[in-house]
Design a protein around this ligand. Structure first.
Ligand SMILES: Nc1ncnc2c1ncn2[C@@H]1O[C@H](CO)[C@@H](O)[C@H]1OP(=O)(O)O
Ligand SMILES: [Mg+2]
Length: 272
């Protein structure tokens, strides 16, 4: 999908360009923002007099799944940072299972500012900007507000490790939720789209060990702006680099799930 396709999606909610007017950067160079240069990674800073390279280059950073796979360090600094998963649901993609997304998050001073997730086969564009709401193709998103686990549809993903000890923990976590009478548990193969289902009220909770910051960054803004909760599996605040998460439509539901889970250790993104 081309950048301009995202920008041209009609929406009552913010477009990608609007989402990009992150205040700190806009203040730094309003002209650059008005012209849309901010979204042209190769040219933006070379053509922007007020924010010239190399300062500009040093100012914006990228964390992306493929870059990490090639050995790039995943460190979230205070600089404006794009956090990108170019294909989320890779296994689905390989099998032509139609649940695949592109996920783009943006953080400034380690604070998630906006997120965009594109459901490629259903042409649904999910967006969220801190303080400005979350939308899907222009429709405002709201979480379900469910607090009762027996009425909850809970989503999770299996995680990359398949050794016997890890699988035992994964299955035991699912068993605990089923014993606690969760209405249903689903694995759809895309963390980002599972989290979008939570934001739209189609599911009530999500948990996972073994996902990465690029699976979480954009979705976290979208869920929070839809009224949901995103926390660490310990029940504490979310740590984007900790490779684990509980998200839910209410804090009550998030805590119920966090308390039921046994930890599966995947290390940290910023220590790999
Ligand atoms: N090493 C890995 N192997 C399989 N899935 C992974 C993974 N790391 C993250 N995941 C994510 O877990 C979910 C199901 O596998 C997907 O969202 C997938 O993202 P990915 O498709 O971008 O790898
Ligand atoms: Mg992914």
């Amino acid at each position: 999908m081309h950048r301009t396709d995202v920008c041209s999606v009609p929406a009552q909610g913010p477009t990608l360009s609007e989402l990009g007017t992150v205040q700190t950067c806009a203040e730094h160079c309003p002209e650059c923002f008005r012209s849309g240069l901010f979204f042209d990674p190769e040219n933006a800073f070379g053509r922007c007099k007020q924010w010239p390279a190399p300062q500009g280059r040093a100012c914006r950073r990228f964390i992306a799944e493929e870059a990490a796979a090639s050995g790039a360090k995943c460190v979230l600094t205070h600089n404006p940072t794009w956090i990108i998963d170019p294909i989320d649901g890779t296994c689905n993609f390989v099998h032509r299972f139609p649940t695949v997304a592109v996920s783009i998050g943006f953080a400034v001073r380690q604070e998630l500012e906006f997120g965009v997730i594109y459901h490629c086969t259903e042409e649904r564009l999910y967006t969220g900007r801190r303080g400005r709401g979350a939308f899907c193709n222009g429709q405002r998103l709201r979480v379900s507000g469910e607090t009762d686990l027996s009425k909850a549809l809970v989503l999770t993903e299996i995680g990359p490790k398949r050794d016997p000890a890890t699988l035992k923990l994964f299955l035991s976590n699912m068993e605990r939720l089923l014993h606690a009478k969760a209405h249903g548990v689903r694995v759809i193969g895309s963390s980002t789209l599972a989290l979008c289902h939570l934001a739209s009220g189609a599911a009530d909770a999500y948990y996972q060990f073994g996902l990465h910051c690029w699976d979480l960054a954009a979705a976290t803004v979208i869920i929070r702006e839809a009224g949901g909760i995103v926390i660490d599996t310990s029940g504490g605040p979310l740590d984007l680099m900790a490779c684990r998460v509980v998200a839910a439509s209410t804090r009550e539901m998030a805590m119920l799930i966090a308390q039921a889970l046994q930890t599966i250790n995947y290390g940290r993104d910023d220590e790999k």
